[in-house]
Design a binder for this molecule. Sequence first.
Ligand SMILES: Cc1ncc(COP(=O)(O)O)c(C=O)c1O
Length: 381
Amino acid sequence: MRFASRLKEVGESATFRYSALAKKNKVINLTIGRTDFDTPSVIKEKTKKAIDEGKVHYTPTKGIPELRECIAKKLERENGIQNLDLENILISTGAKQIIFEAVMSIVQKRDIVAIPKPSWVSYESIVKLAEGSVRWIPLKAENGFIPDDDFLSVLENSNPRLIFINSPNNPTGAVYPEKIIRKIVDIAERKNAFILSDEIYEKIIYEGKHFSPGSIYENTITVNGFSKEFSMTGWRLGYAASQNREIIDKMNLIQSQTVSCAVSFVQYGAVAAFTADARRDVEEMVEELKERRDHIMKGMKDTNAILVKPSGAFYVFPFFGGDDLKLADGLMENGVGVIPGSSFGSSGRGCVRISYGSASEEELERAVNIIKEFIAEIQYV
Ligand SMILES: Cc1ncc(COP(=O)(O)O)c(C=O)c1O
């Protein structure tokens, strides 16, 4: 049978593949893009109540007004994004679906999409599904994976229709300073390009301050969700907002012809994410994640790896050199699951992504020892 040619260049998500392998091999699993915390109980209780009350039917395609109102207020209060009517908000089944809808709405054959390298694995695949052309904009480990002048000049010359920003970043944990984001916005404005700002790790920041380009540029699609902040990866709930109502309406058109709407009772439950109780749970989680980050940084100190201290998210992205696929496979055989860095673009070659979101300090310690022994044996760096 013949299948659509647009699938030819799209591979299975490396993170899901290595995660499944780590589970199968019962190794210390540092592949996972989630935390091991439970969803805050206020959200669970509100969701159960919604089911009991019979909130089990289709909702408006953009999402229930109560939740869109909470999101609009949050974005105004915490992110400085003003003038958001409820129609400027779209709720969907996870940030991934939102990103898919945004790309499908903007990108057509051969349109250029600028993606920083390294980046989360799905950006490239989604652009390929839309038959767009990816222009990688390289970041450097020695610059903490923060965009520098070289990055800005490559971006300037790439003439993109759409620019991806992801801060805090997966896989590097970098948090972009406001002045850098302003420079990227300046380029987008002059090139008349959209910005897709993926802010899913917004609340998992240890040092530095989050800045939303949507507060200064109306053609920004601000993407966020509940997966990471509230440990709700399985609930499938994310959202987009833009001062440009047209892009939200286009995305909603795709939504109405695909998933229809996010799950009804999940939306009602998520209203409780905007309460003080849920916030307290998130703050406790971030404190614990920071301790894990510091623990792993301390453990890795006496390796030869180039290791940038991540200011956010729950990943470290050390550079060991050599073939990162072999490195990840070798570590898997020796008892630790990590993701090869090149899965995030060629700037990730020689790196591995280590997630400390779902491992205890004791597991991290054992994993770091195995990594050190393995590296010493093969002497990559
Ligand atoms: C940078 C980034 N964006 C988006 C997502 C997708 O999140 P969701 O579970 O809301 O689809 C992930 C998940 O790993 C991510 O790391």
